[in-house]
Design a binder for this molecule. Sequence first.
Ligand code: SAH
Length: 341
Amino acid sequence: MNIYSMTLKDLETYFINIGEKKFKAIQVYDWLYKKRVKSFDEMTNVKKTVIDKLKEDYKINKLKILKVQNGKDVHKYLFELHDGNKIEAVLMNHDYGNSLCISTEVGCNMGCAFCESGRLKKIRGLDVYEMVLQVLEVEENINVRVSHVVLMGIGEPFDNYDNVMKFINIINSDYGMAIGSRHITVSTCGIVPKIKEFTKEKLGVNLAISLHAPNDEIRNKIMKINKVYPLKEIMSAVKDYIKETNRKVTFEYIMLKDINDSKNCALELAHLLKGILAYVNLIPYNETSHIEFKKTDKNKIMEFYDILKKNKINVTVRKEFGSEVSAACGQLRSNYEEGNR
Ligand code: SAH
């Protein structure tokens, strides 16, 4: 077990079980997340016998950074995990802070037709520490504080649910990284039972739904998960979520040329979201090796935007980050695998 997989509560239980006071957990957290030590030996206010026990029971090793690509306001990381698998994280400098997009799985089984990550089927979900360390390593590498975390890298967070919940607990803990719940966003392609479970957690973190289509006909073509959980079920789960949590939901909508970008699609989308506490994030498509998908022109994106606005839907167009550093989900890994180093 890696120490970075432990929630504060897990550590408290651990210390109680070995006959120590539970406040030791806070001390260890302080060393890990505030002082950022790299070994147990540096935890100088913890007595030797406890240090030895920690060394026996936990690993404290980090991830390996294989490659960093720096662009304007964007830094993209390729990490190697202990078993040789590779994942990505992307840091974006916004005017409101530094937002890190992290991966939650090695590969992905959701099979969205336009997405690069899904080219590699899921090998495994990430362990908690592998998510925590993406944040710690990026902070150390460029000496910044990550203020926002979005779970929008490789993988489907709700397909690795328990580990993702622990990860959120750790980065959100005041004794850990203390990243505020309002600054954490989980994005899902729409796994309905997990949206329902997530509703009950009452975590106060943001929920984003990768919608990408205003009806089942189009959505079935580009997101195969829709055949399992159609729009009607997603919308019903989202409405319950809003009722329970009183939190606004983000709907992500990638603009794909001639697929989901018509005026009719905009009207249909406005109708679907009418009266819901939501906002739409229109995403310029990052072109990938899926050559059948092209990005919608800027004018057409603005036309789509205007229709939503006129119909009183909150909408923004996402700032384009990192197309120059192949920052579309999964692109860095797949380029690397192809020998394009
Ligand atoms: N599986 C989760 C989170 C990872 S994908 C989800 O589906 O939400 C994160 C977001 O990036 C999703 O909205 C996804 O549809 C989008 N995305 C994938 N490939 C993209 C591309 N080439 N250009 C722009 N957005 C992309």
